[in-house]
Design a protein around this ligand. Structure first.
Ligand code: 13P
Length: 341
């Protein structure tokens, strides 16, 4: 693997491949395990992730990189192989979530700021030694009748830019993730309102990235799609694709090598259909792919249920979603392929 930031970034968005977001924090993975009545122990978390990373067909053909949580980057498989080495052996790149989560922003009622900048330089150097070649930081923006405020948008953009500059100094490609939530309060905003907020957030983020001297060739953007609120969903696949491509073209310089979407609570098939519609219908200067958490893992976790004997079924479920999204990353997915699986 080449170590230039540009080359790592290009490999992360290689045609027909995308990123597996397996970086659920301890709290989030507990919620996922609760849904299958499984206690979240260190071994259970290891077993689950080992199951995913050993799904060879999925990993080798469709997964360019995997975002890990701190614990996972330090963990070893049952046979003693480091999990990061399993990922590398499959030709995929290990990455690391480095933010410390979204916390209440002082003075801003109902808005958050993502923390984790203190000591980040040292942590990044250690993560590099442990094999991580890219990182992720998620800023969170919620939509309501009165939110977001300019102050919260700008402070989150500044934190993203400072994080990105520190990553590049450490030889690590930053995934810059400003997520506008689908499920704000009350979560019934229109797709036009989502466009307006996404436009403001992306403009602000790229301004801050310039000011922080971040090299755009050595980063990946991880945005939300432009979509209506979770409790008001009525936009068509074509509308989501059109408005998402429009907001990206209005804001993302062509020197950014790739854009990898979050799924953000969309159903598995919706997330795939939207990505495929964009790639099939539009000429774009960047590779457009997925960096899905829930939309890649929901079926697999259900099939697994915490039981060894279900590992093959869970790997098959994960491989299916990875393949569908791999097709979507080239615009070649159809509903028929979904059914024929
Ligand atoms: P979802 O695809 O489940 O939104 O997760 C992606 C992610 O990494 C959010 O930070």
């Amino acid at each position: 693997m080449s170590e230039r930031l540009e080359d790592i970034a290009i490999a992360m968005v290689a045609k027909g491949k995308g990123i597996l977001a397996a970086d659920e924090s301890s709290g989030t993975i507990k919620k996922r395990f609760d849904s299958i009545n499984l206690t979240s122990t260190e071994d259970a978390r290891r077993d689950y992730r080992e199951m995913l990373f050993r799904a060879d067909d999925a990993m080798k053909n469709y997964i360019s990189g995997v975002i890990l949580y701190d614990e996972t980057l330090r963990q070893s498989a049952r046979d003693g192989t480091r999990l990061a080495d399993l990922i590398k052996a499959a030709g995929s790149i290990p990455g690391i979530k480095v933010d410390a989560g979204a916390k209440n922003l002082a003075g801003f009622n109902g808005e958050t700021i993502t923390e984790g900048l203190d000591g980040l330089r040292e942590r990044l150097n250690e993560y590099y030694e442990l094999g991580a070649r890219f990182a992720k930081w998620r800023g969170v923006v919620a939509i309501s009748d009165t939110l977001p405020t300019w102050g919260a948008v700008r402070q989150n953009a500044q934190a993203l830019a400072r994080y990105a500059a520190l990553c590049q100094e450490a030889g690590i490609v930053p995934i810059v993730e400003p997520e506008i939530l689908m499920d704000g309060v009350p979560g019934d905003h229109s797709i036009e309102r989502c466009y307006e907020v996404t436009d403001l957030v992306l403009k602000t983020v790229f301004n801050e990235l310039y000011d922080a001297r971040v090299k755009l060739e050595g980063m990946i953007l991880k945005p939300n799609m432009v979509i209506d609120g979770k409790n008001a969903r009525k936009a068509s696949v074509e509308q989501v694709a059109e408005l998402t491509v429009r907001v990206l073209k209005a804001n993302v310089p062509s020197s950014v090598p790739g854009i990898a979407f979050l799924s953000g609570g969309q159903s598995d098939v919706e997330a795939t259909a939207h990505l495929s519609a964009m790639n099939a219908g539009y000429d774009m200067p960047w590779n457009l792919t997925f960096s899905y958490g829930r939309a890649l893992q929901a079926a697999a976790i259900k099939a697994w249920g915490g039981k060894d004997e279900n590992v093959p079924a869970a790997q098959a479920a994960f491989t299916h979603r990875a393949r569908m999204n791999g097709l979507a990353a080239t615009g070649a997915w159809t509903e028929a392929q979904e059914k024929n699986a």
